[in-house]
Design a protein around this ligand. Structure first.
Ligand SMILES: NC(=O)c1ccc[n+]([C@@H]2O[C@H](COP(=O)([O-])OP(=O)(O)OC[C@H]3O[C@@H](n4cnc5c(N)ncnc54)[C@H](OP(=O)(O)O)[C@@H]3O)[C@@H](O)[C@H]2O)c1
Length: 323
């Protein structure tokens, strides 16, 4: 089989399409022929060794000091089960599935093996392969932070960055929870973010959100556009600032409370089967759809990375691996 390898850190040009052994499912594993995958902010961060401030040493220790330890990137995918290992009861050959290998990666390949008990599920009827491939990265992050932030019906939430993979999921899933959503984005994305369910949209280039008169129960910062000190001024008592794109400073700061019970929440998102099943269910009922910015051919993986590198993509960038 073929797979895209990042054998060193750098720009999209470090990526090479190479031959690799087709994996064989062990007991409890399934072999999936990948049809679609995405290139997201996680893939580009690892490829570029571009970690948030204060996280570089930790990032390199965890992911590879001189080069990515797992050279095949790719955190999410959709495809068809081709073979099953001994003892597999949850899936059958021919079934269409979507999966979230997450930090284990490996989805930028023609085939992957997955544990049947991991974050993998059958694609619900009515959800196409490209959408299924893009469900999990932004969606799981949003579900994690809605949970950690205790977002409930009737609360007001300010989403900083409503148009990225995480932000577009946060707007849709926060709205589904019954929150009143104000979201920031740039002028070209105002209609998109409104269509995702935001009650109020703000062009962050023309309005300084730190000067808003309104107060919020939750601020979901999906892009690192604010700091906790500024967020505190916009939060109601007991409000939560979700530092989704947070660095070491935010992780340490999340250990203590601010004044009036205001808290910062940071850290890696969960990668849970229950969450991806929920995202599939919501996609099937048209309550959650990751916007797809562009679909690239398999041969154009470096171009998909280049687009993710811009920091300007709208929702997800999908790569079609097989028809
Ligand atoms: N904690 C975790 O486990 C976790 C998980 C996933 C992602 N993350 C982090 O979350 C961040 C976002 O990830 P992503 O995948 O959503 O990125 P993404 O899809 O690349 O985000 C791109 C979007 O961000 C918007 N944007 C950029 N700067 C902005 C600003 N100052 N204000 C408002 N919008 C802005 C852009 O909109 P415009 O073009 O309109 O500006 C664009 O649509 C990354 O830093 C990523 O590392 C953390």
């Amino acid at each position: 089989m073929k797979a895209w390898f990042a054998r060193r850190y750098g720009g999209p040009e470090v990526l090479r399409l190479e031959e690799a052994p087709k994996p064989v499912p062990k007991p409890g594993e399934i072999l999936v022929k990948v049809h679609a995958t995405t290139v997201n902010s996680g893939d580009r961060r690892i490829r570029a060794c571009d970690f948030p401030p204060g996280m570089k040493t930790l990032g390199r220790l965890a992911l590879g000091w001189n080069r990515p330890r797992q050279p095949i990137l790719g955190t999410e995918l959709a495809g068809v089960v081709e073979a099953i290992g001994q003892g597999v009861t949850k899936f059958s050959p021919g079934e269409a599935v979507y999966a979230f290998p997450g930090g284990k990666m490996g989805a930028h390949a023609e085939y992957v093996v997955l544990k049947q008990d991991g974050p993998v599920a059958v694609i619900p009827q009515g959800v196409d392969m490209q959408t299924a491939a893009a469900l999990c990265f932004g969606g799981s992050t949003a579900l994690t932070y809605l949970r950690r932030g205790g977002v409930e019906a009737g609360q007001s939430m300010l989403v900083l960055g409503g148009s990225g993979a995480v932000g577009s999921a946060m707007v849709q899933l926060g709205k589904l929870k019954g929150a009143e959503i104000t979201a920031t984005t740039s002028a070209g994305n105002l209609d998109l973010v409104r269509s995702l369910g935001a009650d109020t949209v703000i062009d962050y280039h023309s309005t300084d959100v730190s000067g808003l008169a309104e107060r919020f129960d939750v601020i979901a910062d999906t892009v690192g556009a604010m700091d906790f000190a500024t967020a505190q001024k916009l939060l109601r008592p007991n409000g939560r600032y979700l530092a989704i794109a947070g660095a070491m400073k935010e992780m340490l700061g999340s250990l203590r409370k601010g004044p009036e019970g205001k808290r910062m929440i940071a850290g890696p998102a969960d990668e849970r089967l229950e969450d991806i099943v929920e995202l599939g269910r919501l996609a099937a009922s048209a309550h959650y759809r990751p916007p797809i910015d562009q679909i690239y051919d398999w041969a154009d993986m470096p171009a998909a990375h280049a687009q993710a590198d811009t920091g300007r993509k709208r929702g997800s960038v999908v790569v079609q691996v097989a028809q």
